[in-house]
Design a protein around this ligand. Structure first.
Ligand code: MN
Length: 289
């Protein structure tokens, strides 16, 4: 364990896609039991299609395996809250509210993920109208979430997945516009490695508004086998005394969610053994934080 005063408070989690491509009762049991066995404190469950996640079954599973869970929300082209088509914004808001309902119903308090717009390549920069629609929708979702004791953590993703913002500094400007106390920045080392000036500045820019962290390699496979400078990143977390959740995120063509895996361009098989991957990732993170 690293010499971090806050290390005993820190909760480590794993994204459900490390173990399972859906949240059927069988897949959920496999993912939760595996996460618990590997030593994780929480599991991050994809709630992009909230109707496919049974909160009662999930709550029971979490209790059985002594885990908590966060909900990862993703929008697609038909549910893009930054769209100039109000029917798409409305569909996104509906998805967002139902995702918040599901997370609250399993006893969760955290939504994370790229929640400011559709996760997709855009052909142009966002217009003022795109941005304002996103800000307005996020305010609506934030107020809805606040009533249920849920925070929204907006993931800053790279230029191939969002045209609204790609750095923590841009995220902080957006956060000021949204102006809601339960909305925070979510940083991901995979995206930071593409867009930020190193692995420190973005963390410092977010400061006490950093609410959620994804730890992922530059190729989204085994930690320590790619280009991300994790020593610098965890050093920056220590500098801001970060005590929020830290979730390991990794994707391989070995475990596929048909919608998300394609949106993230997971064409390659980076690993096949979820247990080995997850166990080594947790040890790698704990050595540094
Ligand atoms: Mn991520």
């Amino acid at each position: 364990m690293a010499d971090n005063e806050n290390s005993t408070d820190v909760q480590f989690g794993g994204h459900s896609l490390v173990w399972a491509g859906d949240w059927s009762p069988e897949s959920a049991r496999f993912a939760a039991s595996s996460a618990s066995r590997a030593g994780y404190n929480f599991i991050e469950i994809l709630v992009a299609e909230p109707e496919k996640v049974d909160p009662v079954m999930t709550k029971d599973l979490l209790e059985e395996f002594n885990l908590t869970a966060t909900g990862c929300l993703v929008f697609n082209g038909d549910t893009d809250i930054s769209s100039t088509d109000t029917s798409k914004v409305d569909a996104g808001l509906d998805r967002g509210r139902r995702a918040i309902d599901v997370v609250a119903a399993w006893g969760g308090t955290i939504i994370d993920g790229p929640i400011t717009a559709s996760l997709q390549p855009f052909e142009q920069p966002a217009s003022k109208e795109n941005r304002q629609n996103s800000v307005n929708a996020l305010r609506d979702m934030a107020d809805y979430a606040a009533d249920k004791g849920v925070s929204l953590n907006m993931e800053i993703v790279n230029r191939y997945e969002s045209n609204l913002m790609n750095t923590a500094k841009e995220g902080m400007v957006y956060l000021e516009e949204v102006d809601r106390p339960n909305v925070f920045i979510h940083l991901d080392t995979y995206h930071m490695n593409i867009e930020e000036d190193g692995m420190v500045e973005g963390v410092l820019a977010a400061g006490d508004r950093l609410g959620y962290v994804h730890v992922g390699e530059s190729h989204r496979g085994y930690l320590g086998t790619g280009n991300v400078d994790f020593d610098a990143f965890f050093g920056a977390l220590k500098q801001i005394n970060y005590t929020g959740p830290i979730a390991f995120e990794s994707f391989s063509s070995a475990v596929v969610d048909p919608a998300l895996s394609d949106a993230l361009r997971i064409w390659r098989n980076l690993w096949t053994d979820s247990d080995d991957l997850a166990t080594k990732a947790l040890a790698y993170m704990k050595e540094r934080y």
